[in-house]
Write a protein that binds this ligand. Structure first.
Ligand SMILES: [Fe+2]
Length: 120
């Protein structure tokens, strides 16, 4: 996945998170997913702007991600793990520490959210 694909994936994953946030019947999950959405929105904004400061403006990636209804918390956790995998794989392809640090912050947010989602 290149950077533009990762950005699109993240933006579309944000839309998926909104549905999960709205559709879950668990108040704890509702709150955790709302915080996840807000945190991810802030972090992707900072990441893209830092990236563009170094590499110039990105283009829109023309891929798409299918949105699904909330089924259970395990599916939400799996979706978060998939996003984490994409960030970790992308991090291996780049060398600048500032961008790597911002990627680490996204991974940290994802792991914190997964922790909250696993609480009973
Ligand atoms: Fe909300």
């Amino acid at each position: 996945m290149n950077f533009e694909q990762l950005v699109r994936y993240t933006l579309e994953y944000g839309n998926q998170l909104r549905y999960y946030h709205w559709q879950t019947s668990s108040y704890a999950q509702h709150e955790a997913l709302g915080e996840f959405y807000n945190g991810l929105s802030t972090k992707i904004d900072g990441l893209v702007e830092s990236w563009q400061g170094r590499n110039g403006n990105i283009k829109v990636d023309q891929g798409s991600v299918e949105l699904v209804d909330y089924s259970d918390v395990d599916a939400v956790i799996e979706s978060a793990e998939n996003l984490r995998d994409a960030y970790e794989q992308f991090k291996e392809k780049i060398s600048h520490g500032d961008i790597q640090n911002q990627i680490d912050e996204v991974v940290e947010l994802i792991n914190h959210t997964i922790y909250l989602l696993k609480l009973k």
